[in-house]
Structure formats: C-alpha cells, structure tokens
Design a protein around this ligand. Structure first.
Ligand code: HEM
Length: 208
C-alpha cells in the first residue's frame, strides 16, 4: 500500500480523492484494492468527524466483501464493511474487540451512498460516512485525527459473499481470505476541499 496519496477525480461527480491502493498484480491480494477519502475544507487543521469514501474492491463472479478499519487494526476501530449483491453495494458499520465476527456498531455513525457499480470482478462505492471519525462502542472511545495529516487504516478482502446480504445488521461472514493489512495513509492538501458540503449533499440513498 502506498503511504503518500494518489490523487484522482471521480469523473461522474467531480469529487477529488486522496487514495491508496494495491495493484491487481500485487501478491498481497487478488484483484487489487483501492480506498480513498475526501474531507471537509478545514480537516487538515481541525479534526473532521466525517469523510466521503471511495472503495474499489475485488470480487469473484460478483461474490465477496471488503472492509476498511478506520483505526488500523481490526479491533477497537470503526469498521466499514461492503459487499455487492445483484446491482447494489451494501454496507455495514461494525466494531470488534477480538478477532471474531464484529458486532453491529452501536454509535451514531451513518453511511449514505453517492454512487456504486458492480461487475463480475470488482465493485465500487462512493459514500458519505457521517460521524465516522470519532467512535464509541460500549464505553470504549476512539477516533482518527485528520489534523495530524495522517490516517492509520486497515484493509481486508474476501471472496465468499456474506450471508443475509440484503440485511446489513444480520450478515454472517467467514474470516477474510483475500489479504489484509494496516497502512499509514498520508493526507495532502488535495484531500480537503471547499466543495465538500456540495459533494456530501450527493449522498442521498442506500440500497433497499
Ligand atoms: C485481521 C479474524 C472480520 C478487518 C484479522 C485476524 C484475524 C481476523 C484472526 C488476524 C490474522 C493475522 O494476523 O494473521 C476475523 C474474523 C472475522 C473478521 C473471524 C469475521 C468472521 C473482519 C471485518 C473487518 C476485518 C468485517 C473489517 C471490516 C481486519 C483487519 C485485519 C484483520 C483490517 C488486519 C489488521 C489486524 O491484524 O488487526 N481478522 N476478521 N475483519 N481483520 Fe478480521
């Protein structure tokens, strides 16, 4: 995973992301992986509580799931889990205190989608993650400080699809089997934008 960000602009929405990824040739995961963030204008001086996320994950015959830990390790961090089902990408916010199936996150974080796409080998999601950079589960607080100019993030990918895929609170997962890791994600000035509020307003829906 690169530490210094690759900046790109999503062609459909104009959203500018700092991103970090693994190429399809990388031996650590089959199919490649990419995660990106766009942040509020002052996020590099005042800690943001939310971000717009970009996920591009690998699947096999449209089966699989991927995840990002917003604190780095799987444990004691807010976990974003995403998977394709038919033409939609579903998400679930989770939290784990051990290396077992994570619980449903009980805090007030919320994902709303901006756009998604699914094909046989990859799925992609652009989403607003509100109240996702400060978390608390069962009295255990944590968070990520965007003003540090750096995020510690974790990634995982897996090929079997979740069970109960259309009920995010009810999914069942097997332990991930297509790579995992922790990386230091450096933020640069392109991550924060005066257009953030306008872009966040594009987050209008979730799959039924
Ligand atoms: C690492 C189990 C779901 C994110 C690990 C490890 C285990 C594990 C045993 C450590 C493996 C090693 O070090 O060799 C499980 C099981 C799950 C599950 C049994 C569900 C049934 C998830 C989910 C996410 C996630 C849903 C995120 C959305 C991570 C990350 C790591 C990791 C980022 C690498 C960083 C670390 O070692 O803490 N998992 N996991 N896991 N897991 Fe999970």
């Amino acid at each position: 995973q690169n530490n210094l960000p690759d900046t790109f602009t999503d062609a459909d929405t104009g959203i500018v992301f700092n991103s970090w990824g693994l190429s399809p040739e990388d031996p650590r995961t089959q199919g490649g992986f990419r995660f990106g963030v766009a942040l509020p204008e002052d996020a590099l001086s005042n800690d943001a509580t939310e971000f717009i996320g970009y996920l591009e994950c690998a699947s096999k015959d449209s089966q699989g799931w991927c995840g990002v830990s917003l604190g780095g390790p799987m444990t004691n961090s807010l976990l974003v889990t995403a998977w394709p089902h038919e033409d939609n990408v579903y998400t679930s916010l989770r939290f784990a205190t051990g290396y077992v199936m994570p619980d449903v996150y009980g805090g007030d974080a919320e994902i709303t989608q901006i756009s998604s796409s699914v094909n046989s080998t990859h799925f992609r999601l652009i989403f607003r993650c509100k109240n996702c950079l400060r978390w608390e589960q069962n009295g255990m607080p944590g968070g990520a400080a965007t003003s540090s100019g750096f995020l510690l993030l974790g990634w995982v990918q897996a090929f079997p699809s979740p069970g109960n895929p259309t009920c995010p609170d009810e999914i069942t997962l097997e332990q991930h089997n297509n790579g995992m890791g922790i990386w230091g994600a450096v933020l640069d000035g392109n991550a924060a934008s005066a257009s953030y509020a306008q872009w966040a307003a594009l987050a209008t829906h979730n799959p039924e």
